[in-house]
Design a protein around this ligand. Structure first.
Ligand code: NAP
Ligand code: MG
Length: 505
């Protein structure tokens, strides 16, 4: 059908037991609570899988409400009576910087762990995920002690001095997904700590290993006991218990819309502060007046980076009708040249999906696309019979109303939609329940800026795609979330504003 990667081309190396020992993988199985490495109270563990082969590479502690209670109490003590929130900002900054230094010293081990537990290409773990995570700790180290309130003159009374203080929220429960495990941990832990909060973090059940290693490095850096606690386990048990726990002041979550909604409902019982970073169905819109070669290249990396398992994935590639044929020729030719490969091989650019379940979900959407009448022009199939590899897949002639154009697939599946003009592009772009990101390709500055102003998205890229930076706020409109991560905006999410009125009259 297509000439994208075939079964014969895929040979995935199996990590051997002694290699796992060397990488320290077999020592996991404990969680970090109050500075100690402990078993789950229940004594239960579950398997961590290498998605490249489906092999078990470690056993991880299965935390539940009993472990969450211990961790929440430890974080509470560390916040209420420990040194952390009262420490000078510059001292906290030194510790965060030290964490970053230790990550850098162990970057190869951390990158291997990330690839072994997630299936993403080692090259990307090493060159993208880890450097960005390290930079995130340094960026927020820079903010520590520099989070300032304001002096405000009251509107109705002259004889008073009024000002605001920004104070840490307290114990932060953080629940993160499997697509960028260590990076999501950095986005959440670094700003929380910079502001003087304490943390209980729960990694996704599939990807605990790099976060456990990060926990070891944080303790080595000298973080006081209880400031960061790591509970490994499942969403329905450990995750839900964290959201319910009365000693937790705030929940920061990244993951699916459905779980985000459930978390918000549950958090209402204790009125926790909630920030949510959820999914997307982001449009990447190519106008006829743009550089079509460049737009096609970015359109493919925009959807296929991280095997398409990305909240900002440019999963709707939109092309103006007058340039459609020319653009599709370039796009399809390039897509057919992309192959999946052994995640541990440094030449590989696309690896395995996270799990059997996710692979089946993605293949299910591909089937739905075919049945709805979209034209499959590249990929469409599983690759190999071990691991969870799926060909980079492109559907042409997708209608805006089809399920593959409306729902987040979270895999390597692009839907190409043709549009007529600017208004049509905007109508289609804004016509989903999501609003995370959007890309626009044009050489007309007026068109670009008008579009950027009118599209419902937390991030807009003009003549590029998928650029994030630790200094720039990130988050969603509509059902893509609540609140912002990164940049100065993150500091607001991890602090309260306190108003002080001093009567001078
Ligand atoms: P998910 O269930 O939303 O998982 C995200 C995190 O929430 C995980 O740590 C998960 O734990 C936890 N969780 C699950 N149920 C919970 C509950 N009731 N209370 C508290 N925490 C809970 O995502 P998924 O099941 O791994 O993936 C399903 C779909 O979600 C994907 O196909 C994709 O569409 C979307 N997704 C989006 C993002 C994103 O970056 N926006 C990331 C991942 C997934 P467990 O892992 O133990 O279940
Ligand atoms: Mg899950």
């Amino acid at each position: 059908m297509t000439d994208t990667a075939t079964n014969e081309q895929l040979a995935v190396a199996t990590p051997q037991k002694n290699q796992l020992d060397e990488r320290g993988l077999l020592r996991y199985g404990k969680m970090l609570i109050d500075g100690q490495w402990v078993d789950a109270v229940s004594g239960q563990t579950f398997a961590a899988i290498y998605p490249g082969t489906g092999a078990t590479i470690a056993n991880v502690a299965s935390g539940d409400s009993a472990d969450v209670a211990l961790a929440a109490q430890a974080a509470r003590r560390a916040f209420d009576s420990g040194p952390w929130p009262k420490m000078n900002g510059s001292e906290r900054a030194k510790l965060l910087w030290k964490v970053a230094d230790l990550m850098e010293q162990n970057i190869e081990e951390l990158a291997e762990l990330e690839t072994l537990n997630n299936g993403k290409p080692l090259l990307e773990s090493l060159r993208v995920d880890l450097p960005q995570s390290i930079a995130c700790f340094r960026y927020f180290a820079g903010w520590s002690g520099k989070v300032m309130g304001q002096t405000i003159e009251p509107e109705a009374r002259a004889n008073a001095l009024c000002y605001t203080l920004r104070e840490p929220v307290g114990v932060c429960g953080q629940i993160i997904p499997w697509n960028f495990p260590i990076q999501m941990a950095a986005w959440k832990i670094a700003p929380a700590l910079a502001c003087g909060n304490t943390v209980v973090i729960k990694p996704a059940e599939q990807t605990s290993l790099s976060i456990l290693r990060l926990g070891e490095l944080m303790m080595e850096a000298g973080l006081p006991n209880g400031v960061v606690n790591i509970i490994t386990g499942f969403g329905a048990t450990a995750g839900a218990a964290l959201v319910e726990h009365p000693e937790v002041d705030k929940i920061a979550f990244t993951g699916s819309v459905e779980v985000g909604k459930a978390i918000m409902r549950s958090a209402a019982n204790t009125l926790k502060k909630v920030t949510l970073e959820l999914g997307g169905k982001s449009p990447n819109i190519v106008f006829a007046d743009s550089n079509l070669e460049l737009a096609a290249k970015y359109a493919l990396s925009g959807i296929f980076f991280n095997q398409g398992q990305m909240c900002t994935a440019g999963s709707r590639i939109m092309i103006e009708r007058s340039a459609r044929d020319q653009f599709m020729e370039v796009l399809t030719a390039r897509a057919k040249k992309m192959t999946v490969g052994d995640p541990l091989n440094m030449k590989t650019r696309m690896g395995s999906l996270i799990s059997q379940e996710q692979m089946e979900r993605v293949l299910g959407y591909i089937e739905k696309g075919k049945q709805a009448g979209a034209a499959l022009v590249a990929g469409g199939e599983r690759v190999g019979s071990q691991g969870y590899f799926v060909q980079p897949t492109v559907f042409d002639e997708v209608q805006h109303e089809m399920e593959i154009a409306q729902e987040e697939i979270f895999g390597p599946v692009a839907s190409v939609i043709t549009f007529e003009d600017v208004n049509d592009a905007l109508r289609i772009a804004n016509g989903t329940r999501f609003g995370l990101a959007a890309g626009i390709w044009t050489n007309d500055i007026k068109k670009a800026l008008t579009f950027a102003k009118n599209v419902h998205a937390g991030t807009v890229w003009v003549n590029t795609y998928n650029m994030t930076d630790n200094a720039l706020p990130f988050g969603g409109y509509k059902e893509s979330g609540i609140g912002r991560e990164l940049g100065p905006a993150a500091l607001e999410m991890y602090t309260h504003s306190k108003t002080v009125w001093v009567e001078l009259g």
